[in-house]
Write a protein that binds this ligand. Structure first.
Ligand code: IMP
Length: 212
């Protein structure tokens, strides 16, 4: 079994990627475990695909090993798809948004800003989706790309202590609880990240690429 390096620095994402890929028999290690220097990779693309490839390619160049990257975010329909590719930095985007930031970190500030922007919309208009684009790049330049999505509604108050990021605000379609109220196993079964990684596995099987 070969080792794959996860380009992400986000420990919650790495945990989920490890949990999901373990079911396929993959061994994923973090950048720091692979000895990759702690350099910031600027996510300046306009799409999840561009950012995902950029992260995977740059980390692969540093470790010369098969690398996967996840670029992900939440698209909200009544906000024309925002925060989208800006999901991680949503609350930092404009100076006036400093009012949203508190002691409790970026996720809380992002959630406060999101609630503020959608609070006047009825629930039926507060639809959206989590998107995850996983890119796998090989030292010889080959790449595989898989996009996973989960549709749902965005709530006006946080519910649940599980997950991370926007999870306490997101109710997937067909459920009456937020991702914050899901167990890790339940979330991974239907999540955007789970769906993208399962697609990646299908691509690997179909193309008969010996990755691991
Ligand atoms: P990036 O992919 O590093 O640009 O950041 C993705 C951002 O989207 C995270 O910081 C979260 O705010 C949000 N996000 C992505 N996936 C999830 C998820 O599974 N749950 C909650 N928030 C997520």
């Amino acid at each position: 079994m070969k080792t794959i390096v996860a380009a992400s620095q986000n420990k919650d994402k790495i945990r989920e990627i490890e949990e999901i890929t373990a079911q396929f028999g993959m061994k994923v290690i973090s950048r720091s475990e692979a000895g990759v220097p702690d350099v910031e990779i600027e996510e300046d693309g306009d799409t999840f695909e561009e950012n995902s490839y950029k992260k995977a390619y740059q980390v692969m160049k540093m470790c010369k090993a098969i690398t996967i990257a996840d670029d992900s975010g939440l698209e909200v329909d009544c906000l024309d798809g925002a925060p989208g590719v800006y999901s991680a930095r949503f609350s930092e985007m404009e100076l006036r948004d400093a009012i949203y930031a508190g002691d409790d970190g970026v996720d809380k500030a992002n959630n406060r800003k999101l609630i503020d922007l959608i609070k006047d919309f009825d629930r039926e208009k507060r639809t959206g989706r989590f998107v995850s684009v996983i890119t796998m790049v090989y030292p010889d330049g080959r790449k595989l790309v898989a996009r996973g999505v989960v549709e749902g509604h965005v709530e006006l108050e946080e519910r649940g202590e599980g997950g991370f990021g926007y999870d306490p605000l997101f109710t997937p379609l067909g459920y009456d609880k937020t991702f914050g109220q899901f167990s890790p196993e339940e979330k991974n079964k239907i999540s955007h990240r789970g769906n993208a990684l399962r697609k990646l596995k299908e691509l690997l099987d179909r193309e008969d690429i010996e990755a691991f």
